[in-house]
Design a protein around this ligand. Sequence first.
Ligand SMILES: [Zn+2]
Length: 445
Amino acid sequence: MTGLDLLIRARRALTAAGEVARCIGVSEGRVVAIEPYESGLTAERTVDLGDDVVLLPGLVDTHVHVNEPGRTEWEGFASATRAAAAGGVTTILDMPLNSIPPTVDVASLAVKRKAAEGQLWIDVGFWGGAIPGNLGELRRLHDAGVFGFKCFLLHSGVPEFPHLSPADLEVYLQVLRSFGALTIVHAENDAAIERAPSPHGGKYAAFLRSRPRGAENVAVAQVIEAARWTGARVHVLHLSSSDAIPMIRSARRDGVPISAETCPHYLVFTSEEVPDGSTQYKCCPPIREADNRELLWHALAEGVVDCVVSDHSPCTPELKRLDTGDFGVAWGGISGLQVGLPAVWTEARRRGHGLDDVVRWMAERPAALAGLLRKGQIALGYDADFAVLAPDDAFVVDPATLYHKNPITPYAGRALAGVVRATYLRGVETTDDTRRGRLLTRGGA
Ligand SMILES: [Zn+2]
C-alpha cells in the first residue's frame, strides 16, 4: 500500500482481535490498514512503539461539563480539551448545563459552537437539554446535530436549567421517541432528596445521608417505567447506587431500551475514606460505601453498566469552600478528566480486568451510546485517534501537571498506574500547539 501519512508499528495494539502486534496505517486521518507487525508497510512517517506501551483507541468521554461560555472561570474549551488530550481522551461530549446559555435551543447551541471554535485539542460534540418549556425546541435541536437530550429529575444546581417532573418526563420521552432521540437522565428523585436530612457542615457522613441510595433507586425505577411505556431510549447518568443494578438488569431482560454509566470516582473512592471537610470529593449522586463500589465493578464486568465516563464538573476553588469544608454549600462536581484512564486502569487491574475491558467501558461503549460511528475502536475506516499507554508505569497525581483550569481534585496525591505517553487525533500527535479538534454532529462522526 502506498500513500500512508503515518505508520504506527505497535508490538501491542488493542484491536477487535485483542492485544496483538500490528502495523496501523493511517491516511487522511483514518485507519486504512491493519497489518501484521512484520508486514513491511511504509509511510511518510513511521512511529515504532516498544513493548512497554499499548496502542489504545482514543477514549470517548460522553460526560464532560466544559462550562464555556458563561462559567468559563470553572473550565473552558481550551483547558478541558488540552487536559483530555493529555489523558488519552480524543472525543468529548459537552453537557448542556453550567455554561450560559444552557444548550436548550438552536440559538444557544450556535453560541456554544462559536465559543468552541479554534480552541479544541480534541473533537467535541454537544448534548442538548430538556427542560420545562423547551418541548417545542427539541426537534430543531436534534436536527442541528446534538447527540441526545439531558434532563434532571431534581434541582440541577443551576437556576437556568430547571428539572422535569416524572409526569413531564413521560411527555418528553414520547416526543423524543418520535424522532428516535436518546434521553440521558440525572436520576435522583426530587421528593426523596427534599425529605432526606439536609446536608450541612464538614462531616461526609452527614452529606451522604442527605443523598440516600433510595433517592437514586426511586428515580431509576421511574426512568425504567417511563421508557417501558413510551419505548423511548434512555440512559442513566453517573449511576452511584448499586441497589439500582438489579432493576436495570431486569429491565434489560424485558427489552426496555435502557443503558447506564458510572464514573471513575465511584469506582476508585469510598465514603469511608473521604476525610471530613474534603469537599473536593463532593458530587451528586455521592461517592458511597466500599461494598457499593464493589457491586458497581461487578455490574461493569457483567455488562449491566455499559460505560465509564468522567462527569468532569469542576469549579473555582472558592466555590468548593475548602476554607470551611462545608459539604452543604460547596459546589458538587468532581474534576478528573485528565486522570480517568489511569484511575480506572489502576483499580481495574487490581480486580483482574484487562485493558480490553477498560477500553470497552471508556471508548467503545460510549461511542456506541452516542452513535459515534468512527470513534472508540482501532478498526478500518475509523478515525486514527489513539492513546499510547504505558500500563506498568506509575505516577503520583500532581495538580500542577494537570491542564484543568482549576487545580482542585480528589485525585491529588494519589498513586496511579498507567502513564499516557502520547495521544493522536486523526493521525497527528497532540502537542501544546495542535488545536486540530473538530465540532462533531450526530451521525456525522
Ligand atoms: Zn454531569
